[in-house]
Structure formats: structure tokens, C-alpha cells
Design a protein around this ligand. Structure first.
Ligand code: CA
Length: 360
């Protein structure tokens, strides 16, 4: 056996000392960072296949601290959505997170549900065991108001359904607006719709609520079709997910498998990752490129109700009445109210999703 050289012993004991010192510094830093260093999030959802993917991404991302789940009708009814949310938090062993029912219908129109896209139970016909978790008794918008006041300037709202609950919260208590850290929503498009030529589904399902949310005056990021339609979940990513197992992993494989098959039946190579994209942006804003602009929601258009109308050049011509006609006398600047995501690093987003679901 080779005897250690005295200098070597000195070297190693010094190295051990340095290692110990680094460990102590590391521990001091880790212990000094409170658990609240992660982003406090309220997840508002109409579960929903892509909602299921988004929720599990949120719960598996250490950057996010999901403080509440509020349910809104959209993809499915309020009742079914609540049941799905409860079953999913139960599957994830997260009964500690309050799950609250919210609105029962959009503000001014009839509900449009989407079992056509999400399966008859909203979760791609994947049956989950009955929930061990109980519903929180509070009304969703009230819970939002309460949590925002309890953690002023710390709550990020991540709505991935119609914006009914968020609008109700703002209407009931406008004082939450300056207290919300930011809103990162899935919805809208500045390049055409997915429901029809103009509108994206979440906005289409409650345009008046969306207009309230866009005009509220808080920092708002719109993660719309420009992101989801590029971030296509294909068989390649599904195969990656199938390499690991566990209740949550297997559930997502089943739901994502339903989505990929459905997309294939419409000739698409993959399923758009609409709702998970908003969560991914909350985790890592560098995944997307944004353009600040003023966005209004069309609530009256014959063909465009529910369209998010983004002012790309930041101005509106000023027309002044002169006699029997208007004359353009200048251009008034409009103040942006949204960061609109206009591009995405799709592969990086999809890899983030896969790795988080796999627990890596
Ligand atoms: Ca949704």
C-alpha cells in the first residue's frame, strides 16, 4: 500500500477544512433563504387536460409555491372541474393546498364546455381515484382576495382558464390590484384564434372578464397561442416521460397520450402545450420573448368577440373634427398594459416540462 506523503496529508486535511468551510457557508446560505423565496402562486384553472399538465408542472417545480387552486368553469363545468382539481391534488399528496370552487358561469354569456377536446371527464377519460382532499369552503374569488392581502406584493396569479374568477376578485376588491406581484395568464393571441378565426378559447369563454383583467393595471404577461401552438408535445417527449413511473408520472403519460392521439387525428404532429406554457413562464421567464403592448379584448365584434387586440406599434391616430370631417392631427401614444409573449424556445420549455414531471 502506498503511504501517504506528509505533504499529501497536509494537502488533504487542508482540503477537508476548505470543504467543511464551504459546506458551512452553503448551509448558512441555504438556511438563510426562507422557503418563501419561491414564487407564491395562485393557480386558477378549468381542469382540463392541459390544465392537468400545467398543475403537475407547478407542483413539481421548486421555483413555485402553489398557495391555492381556484376552479373556474370552462373546459368542463364548475362541478366537474372542482372534482378533477381535488382528485389531482390528492394524487399529488398535496391536500395542504386549498382547492376552492369559484364562479359557476361566465359573467354575461352561457358557458361553453369542451369535452370534445378534453374527454368526457375533462381529463382525457383517465380515471383518477376518489380524492382524499376536501374542498375549501371559501368562494374562489374571496380566497384570492384574502391570500393577496395576506402576502402583499408576493402573489403571482396564474390563470389558465376563462378569467371569470380573477375579474370577480378585482370587481369585489380593486385594492388587490397593486398588491398582486404579477399576473401570468394563458390566453389570447395576436395572430388569430383557435376557437374561430379571431378568438382564443379562454378569452372567448368570458370576454368581459378578460377585458377587466387586462385593464386592471397590474403587471400582466399574456402567454397565448403564439407560445402554445409552437410548444407542441410530440411522441418524442411522451416517450421520454414513459421512461419513469409513479402515480403522477403515469397519470401525465395517460393524459398526454390522449392529447397526442387527439392532435394526430387532426393532422398535427403534437399537442399544443397551452396551460403548461403559462406555468413554465412563471418558472423561467427566459423561455419566451415578449413585446410590450396595449391589449384590449373585443367584446362586441361580429366576427371577433373574444379577440385580444394588441397594439403592436404603440400608437393611435388622433382624429379631430374639422367642419364636416375628421382630420388626423397626430399620433397619441398608448401605454402598454401587457407583456405579450411573441416567441418561445419550445424545446427548452418541453424539456423543462418532461424533466419536472419525471422528478428530475
Ligand atoms: Ca385551462
Amino acid at each position: 500500500m502506498k503511504r501517504p506523503h506528509p505533504a499529501g496529508v497536509l494537502c488533504c486535511s487542508r482540503a477537508a477544512g476548505i470543504r467543511f468551510g464551504l459546506l458551512a457557508i452553503f448551509l448558512a446560505v441555504v438556511l438563510a433563504v426562507p422557503a418563501s423565496a419561491s414564487k407564491k402562486v395562485i393557480f386558477d384553472t378549468d381542469p382540463g387536460t392541459d390544465d392537468a399538465l400545467a398543475l403537475m408542472l407547478a407542483l413539481n417545480s421548486p421555483e413555485l409555491d402553489v398557495r391555492a387552486i381556484t376552479v373556474v368553469p370552462g373546459n368542463v363545468t364548475a362541478e366537474m372541474g372542482l372534482e378533477n382539481a381535488l382528485r389531482m391534488v390528492s394524487l399529488a399528496n398535496r391536500c395542504d393546498i386549498p382547492v376552492a370552487a369559484g364562479a359557476r358561469h361566465p359573467l354575461f354569456q352561457k358557458l361553453v364546455t369542451a369535452e370534445f377536446w378534453h374527454g368526457k371527464n375533462g381529463l382525457g377519460n383517465v380515471e383518477l381515484p376518489a380524492s382524499k382532499c376536501k374542498v375549501d369552503a371559501r368562494f374562489g374569488p374571496d380566497l384570492i382576495i384574502q391570500l393577496v392581502h395576506a402576502s402583499p406584493h408576493e402573489i403571482t396569479l396564474v390563470p389558465v382558464g376563462p378569467l371569470t374568477n380573477i375579474a370577480l376578485a378585482v370587481e369585489k376588491d380593486p385594492s388587490i390590484v397593486p398588491l398582486v406581484k404579477e399576473v401570468i395568464l394563458m390566453g389570447g393571441s395576436i395572430t388569430g384564434g383557435n376557437v374561430n378565426a379571431a378568438a382564443e378559447a379562454n378569452i372567448y369563454n368570458d370576454p368581459e372578464a378578460a377585458q377587466i383583467v387586462f385593464q386592471a393595471g397590474w403587471p400582466l404577461t399574456m402567454v397565448g397561442l403564439e407560445v402554445g401552438d409552437k410548444a407542441l408535445f410530440t411522441g418524442k417527449y411522451l416517450d421520454e416521460l414513459k421512461k419513469t413511473h409513479g402515480p403522477l408520472n403515469d397519470f401525465i403519460v395517460s393524459v398526454a397520450g390522449f392529447m397526442v392521439n387527439l392532435s394526430a387525428s387532426f393532422g398535427s404532429p403534437g399537442s399544443p402545450m397551452y396551460d403548461p406554457s403559462a406555468v413554465a413562464v412563471a418558472v423561467d421567464a427566459t423561455l419566451v420573448r415578449v413585446q410590450e403592448m396595449h391589449v384590449d379584448v373585443e367584446t362586441r365584434g361580429e366576427f371577433t368577440r373574444g379577440e385580444t387586440v394588441g397594439n403592436r406599434h404603440g400608437g393611435v391616430e388622433r382624429n379631430v373634427l374639422r367642419g364636416d370631417r375628421y382630420v388626423i392631427e397626430g399620433v397619441d401614444k398608448v401605454i402598454p398594459n401587457a407583456k405579450v409573449c411573441v416567441d418561445v424556445d419550445a424545446d427548452r420549455l418541453l424539456q423543462l416540462f418532461v424533466s419536472r414531471i419525471r422528478g428530475k
